[in-house]
Design a binder for this molecule. Structure first.
Ligand code: SF4
Length: 212
């Protein structure tokens, strides 16, 4: 199995429960949701970018690149479009490596069958077309405050509250600019989380730091 990787890089996780944790990020090419729906999408996933260490890699090559990092994050685009089982199997051979995956919750994948594993962390940031049964398998849910587009189907505060009531860890994350925070949206998220304390705020640390 070879994976088309748009880019790969090592950085601090900027979002959610693992904020501040060093991670090896692999961004898969392609997204089944797309920028016609997510008009404010802040990621480039359309092709392989060799100057960003993108390429076509097999699981062994990717795990060698992860090196001594203890957290591998597969993101996109929409990584659940791919057969992730060979990469998951290879990751499972690496002691203490936690395999993170970030998904829109719109694509079924065999990886969801392992959602109870302590070495698999599934972050669902629901986009239009999300499936409730996949959100239910998430370790954390990130609701983008304001959505990333203006069409129908975006989850809102009521959905966030409902998932929190189910026992999910649920973040509100402001819709930010590509590189920097949107101060207005960020402060509105802060106020909402203070009003609804079953929710949490995800502030995108990497944009505070000016990193990827
Ligand atoms: S699902 Fe994510 S990667 Fe895909 S278009 Fe939307 S914001 Fe961008």
């Amino acid at each position: 199995m070879n994976y088309p990787v748009a880019e790969r890089f090592k950085a601090l996780q900027g979002e959610g429960v693992y904020t501040g944790v060093p991670m090896a990020f692999i961004r898969m090419v392609g997204c089944s949701v797309g920028k016609k729906i997510c008009t404010s999408c802040d990621t480039d996933f359309d092709t392989i970018y060799p100057h960003l260490d993108g390429g076509t890699y097999n699981p062994k090559q990717l795990l060698e690149w992860v090196g001594n990092y203890r957290h591998l994050c597969v993101t996109g685009g929409e990584p659940m479009m791919r057969d992730l089982m060979p990469l998951w199997d290879a990751a499972a051979m690496t002691p203490d490596l936690v395999f993170h995956v970030e998904t829109s919750g719109t694509q079924e994948n065999d990886l969801f069958d392992f959602s109870d594993s302590p070495f698999l962390w599934i972050c669902v940031s629901p986009k239009p077309g999300f499936k409730e049964e996949l959100v239910a398998k998430a370790d954390e849910v990130k609701v983008i405050y304001g959505g990333l587009g203006n069409g129908p189907g975006w989850p809102g505060i009521a959905d966030a509250m409902r998932w929190a009531a189910m026992g999910k860890i649920v973040y509100l994350q402001p819709r930010n600019n590509r590189i920097t925070l949107d101060q207005k949206n960020t402060m509105e998220v802060v106020e909402l989380v203070k009003k609804f304390p079953m929710l949490r705020a995800s502030i995108q640390l990497h944009k505070v730091l000016g990193e990827r």
